[in-house]
Design a protein around this ligand. Structure first.
Ligand SMILES: *Cc1c(COP(=O)(O)O)cnc(C)c1O
Length: 383
C-alpha cells in the first residue's frame, strides 16, 4: 500500500494497487449501499463571516434539544464514567419509554438509533429466499438491511405515492413474505398508515412481521403503537433523532410483543447504546412539553412556507412530519441556487414517482422566514 487508509475519497486502486481484498459474502456483493447524502461537508467550508447556513436536507430538528438535556449531560460528565460501559439493558430509559407508551418494559428494546432496530429486525426475520414487501418510495436504508440478509425486496407501487394503499400491499403478499416495511408518516411522501391499515396487513400475514417505522410520529401525532397490545407480529420503531433533537447521540427503540422483542435481543449488541445517549434521552422525555412546542412551531412554519411558494406559483406539498416537498421543473438548478445562499435541501427527483421534487426540512417560523427571505430573489428562474 502506498499510504495508510484514510477516510478521504481515494479511489480503491490508489490505496491498494496490486493486492485485492478477499471477496465478501454473496449477500454483500449484491447490496447497493445506502448513500448518506449530507451537506455537512459543504457547510464545514461555509465562509466564517457569511450568514449561517441552514441544514434542511436530512429532517433533523433545526433547534437544539431541551436545555435539560445539556444539564443532564453536564451532570453526568461531572460525575464521571466515560471509562465504563453503559447499562447494557438501558434499564432506566427502557422503563421510562415503557411508561410513555403504557407497555411493559419487556416490550421495549433500546437501540443505537432506530436504524439499528430496523437492522436487527431484518437480521432476526429475513433469510435468503424469503421476501420483504415494501411500498415505495420509502426510507431506503431498510432495503440495505433486508438485502444484506439475502432477502428479496418486493417493491409495491400504488396508484398514488402520497397515500397509504393497504390493498396494494395485501395483493403483494405471498407464502414467501416474511416482512412488510411501512413508514408512517412516510419519508419522503408524508403518507400515513392508519392503525386500521396496519392491522389489515398484519392480520393477513400471521407468520411474518409488520414493521412500522414511526421516526416522525411526534410530528404526526398519530401512531399504530396500540396495535402491539393485540397483534404479536407488529413491531414499531421510534427514534430520538428527529422531533426530540438527539440525532448525534444515536438512540432509538423498538416496541412489540415481549416474545418478538426477546427474539430481537438475541442478536442485539447490548453495548451499542452509549451512556450519554441514554442520559440525554431520559432528559428529553422529561421535558416533552419542549418537544410539543417545537412540533407546533414546525406545523405553523409549514403553512407559512406553503403560502410563500403558492405566492410564487410553485406547487408545495406539506406533510404531517417536518418537511415539505416542492415540485419544480429544474430541481437540480433550484438546489444549487439555494446552496449559494446557504440553504441546503435534498433533491428527491431521482425517485421515479417524485420527478421534479425537492424535499426541504422545516424548522420554526422565525427560522423559515430567514430561509424564505434568502431564496425569494431567484425563485422564478427555476420554477
Ligand atoms: C431518519 C430516519 C430514520 C433513522 O433514524 P435514527 O434513529 O437516527 O437511526 C429511520 N427511519 C426514517 C423513516 C427516517 O427518516
Amino acid at each position: 500500500m502506498r499510504e495508510t487508509f484514510s477516510t478521504t475519497t481515494h479511489a480503491v486502486w490508489d490505496v491498494a494497487p496490486v493486492v485485492r481484498a478477499p471477496r465478501p459474502s454473496w449477500r454483500v456483493l449484491d447490496v447497493v449501499p445506502y448513500r448518506p447524502t449530507t451537506s455537512l461537508q459543504a457547510m464545514a467550508h461555509w465562509p466564517a463571516g457569511a450568514p449561517r447556513p441552514w441544514k434542511l436536507d436530512w429532517n433533523e430538528a433545526t433547534i437544539e434539544p431541551s436545555p435539560r438535556v445539556r444539564e443532564a449531560l453536564a451532570d453526568w460528565l461531572a460525575r464521571g464514567g466515560l471509562n465504563l460501559y453503559a447499562d447494557p439493558q438501558a434499564a432506566t430509559l427502557r422503563q421510562r419509554i415503557a411508561r410513555r407508551h403504557d407497555v411493559h418494559p419487556e416490550q421495549v428494546l433500546v437501540t443505537n438509533g432506530s436504524d439499528a432496530a430496523l437492522e436487527l429486525i431484518a437480521r432476526t426475520y429475513m433469510d435468503p429466499e424469503v421476501e420483504a414487501v415494501v411500498p415505495v418510495p420509502t426510507y431506503t436504508h431498510m432495503l440495505v438491511f433486508i438485502r444484506a440478509q439475502g432477502g428479496r425486496v418486493v417493491e409495491v407501487t400504488g396508484e398514488d405515492p402520497f397515500r397509504a394503499e393497504p390493498g396494494a400491499v395485501l395483493r403483494a403478499l405471498t407464502p414467501a413474505t416474511r416482512l412488510v416495511y411501512l413508514v408512517s408518516p412516510n419519508n419522503p411522501t408524508g403518507a400515513i398508515w392508519s392503525e386500521d391499515d396496519v392491522a389489515r396487513v398484519a392480520r393477513a400475514l400471521p407468520r411474518g412481521v409488520v414493521v412500522v417505522d414511526e421516526a416522525y410520529a411526534e410530528f404526526a401525532g398519530t401512531s399504530a403503537l396500540r396495535l402491539v397490545d393485540s397483534l404479536p407480529n407488529v413491531v414499531i420503531t421510534r427514534t430520538f433523532s428527529k422531533a426530540l433533537g438527539l440525532a448525534s447521540l444515536r438512540v432509538g427503540y423498538a416496541v412489540g410483543h415481549p416474545e418478538l422483542i426477546a427474539y430481537l435481543r438475541r442478536l442485539h449488541n447490548p453495548k451499542s447504546v452509549n451512556a450519554m445517549g441514554q442520559v440525554a434521552a431520559m432528559a428529553a422525555l422529561d421535558d416533552i412539553a419542549y418537544v410539543e412546542r417545537y412540533v407546533a412551531q414546525v406545523h405553523e412554519a409549514q403553512a407559512l412556507v406553503a403560502r410563500f411558494f403558492a405566492r410564487h406559483g410553485i406547487r408545495c406539498t406539506t406533510t404531517p412530519a417536518n418537511w415539505v416537498l416542492i415540485h419544480v421543473a429544474d430541481p437540480e438548478g433550484l438546489c444549487r441556487a439555494f446552496e449559494r445562499v446557504g440553504v441546503f435541501v435534498r433533491d428527491r427527483s431521482n425517485i421515479p414517482a417524485l420527478s421534479g421534487t425537492v424535499r426541504m426540512t422545516v424548522g420554526t417560523p422565525a427560522q423559515m422566514e430567514d430561509v424564505l427571505a434568502r431564496i425569494e430573489g431567484f425563485l422564478p428562474a427555476h420554477a
